[in-house]
Design a protein around this ligand. Structure first.
Ligand code: NDP
Length: 328
């Protein structure tokens, strides 16, 4: 039998953690042949709740789950980790300035980056879900100099899936018929969901939709503000869909993207499409041989260029702010 893969989930007692852990333990993250050992990291006041979740995980008697550890010790949580799902973060509270938010998250993601650097397995893959995800990923990456930078990623897959769903609803197509959609930039309100390279059953999605007004006034804001709409409707933020996107992201990273299609992920920029090197920005990516690669050679029209530049500008400002705090 295969050796168990160690999956560490931070913020394990939170809403997303609760929606995520059972799917990881059931084999949906890494496939039906891969046993999983779970490490649940929480802050001290939430450890007891995480222990409750661990009891429920035991009670599922998942055949693939070889063990669950709960800890508030960051070093222990990441010792030997193969897949790190960094979900716990400091949410923005009323009256909080962006600088304060970035500083509070620096206090979380810096030690986590250091612990990953010190103890992770050679093949470690890191997905940051906790917001501001791109910049939190950058902070962790900056403190893990011995881990290849490409192993640090930020989640824009939920935005990608939301865009697929909106485009399917508009066009009457099935999500399964839509390929080559892209989320560019930051996982924030400035993100740019791009349908200009997307295809619906092999035909240009932009031509089929044909409605620039819908694109600018409905599609883009609906995708970007979907999180707020869910809070409004549900009285709580999206959790199951965020967990589902995390599963999709890591699953595709490990197992590959289908031929003729790509997905979206926040990955470290190599300068592609004019995105400054070293920023963690969302791009169209394929996954091959266990690695994400940025899809090259796409032509960007002025409409796209302007929006990508605006989102990347925001990422640069976030990087400047955390640099000023000495966090990168
Ligand atoms: P959630 O589980 O709902 O969310 C966790 C993080 O995911 C937040 O930063 C949230 O950002 C982010 N997120 C990213 N994408 C989405 C999305 N599409 N929808 C919703 N959230 C998204 O938060 P809870 O408050 O329920 O739980 C957080 C847990 O993390 C708590 O148990 C806390 O104790 C723990 N924690 C653990 C730490 C650690 O392990 N070291 C450190 C800090 C916290 P946003 O706030 O912007 O929605």
């Amino acid at each position: 039998a295969q050796a168990p893969v160690t999956v560490t989930v931070t913020g394990a007692a939170g809403q997303i953690g609760y929606a995520l852990l059972f799917r990881v333990a059931s084999g949906q993250l890494l496939g039906p042949d891969t046993p999983v050992r779970l490490r649940l990291l929480e802050i001290p006041q939430a450890v007891q709740a995480a222990e409750g979740t661990a009891m429920e995980l035991d009670d599922c008697a998942f055949p693939l789950l070889t063990g669950v550890d709960v800890t508030d010790d960051t070093r222990r949580a990441f010792d030997g980790v193969n897949v790190a799902l960094l979900v716990g973060a400091r949410p923005r509270t009323k009256g909080m300035e962006r600088g304060d938010l970035l500083e509070a998250n620096g206090g979380i993601f810096k030690p986590q980056g250091e612990a990953i650097n010190a103890g992770a397995a050679d093949d470690v893959r890191v997905l940051v879900v906790g917001n501001p995800a791109n910049t939190n990923a950058l902070i962790a990456q900056a403190h893990a100099p011995d881990v290849p930078a490409e192993r640090f990623t930020a989640m824009t897959r939920l935005d990608h899936n939301r865009a697929l769903s909106q485009l399917a609803a508009k066009s009457g197509a099935s999500v399964a018929d839509i390929t080559k959609l892209t989320i560019w930039g930051n996982h924030s309100a400035t993100q740019y969901p791009d349908i200009f390279h997307a295809e619906i059953a092999g035909k240009s999605a932009a031509d089929l939709v044909g409605d620039r007004q819908w694109l600018a006034d409905e599609f883009i804001p609906t995708v970007a503000k979907r999180g707020a709409a869910i809070i409004e409707a549900r009285g709580a933020s999206s959790a199951a869909s965020a967990a589902n996107a995390a599963i999709d992201h890591v699953h595709d990273w490990a197992h590959g993207t289908p031929d003729g299609d790509w997905t979206s992920a926040g990955v470290i920029s190599d300068g592609s499409y004019g995105v400054p090197e070293g920023l963690i920005s969302s791009f169209p990516v394929v996954s091959r041989g266990g690695r994400f690669e940025i899809v090259q050679g796409l032509e960007l029209n002025d409409f796209s260029r302007e929006r990508i530049d605006a989102s990347v500008q925001e990422l640069q400002e976030e990087r400047d702010a955390v640099a000023a705090l000495g966090l990168v």
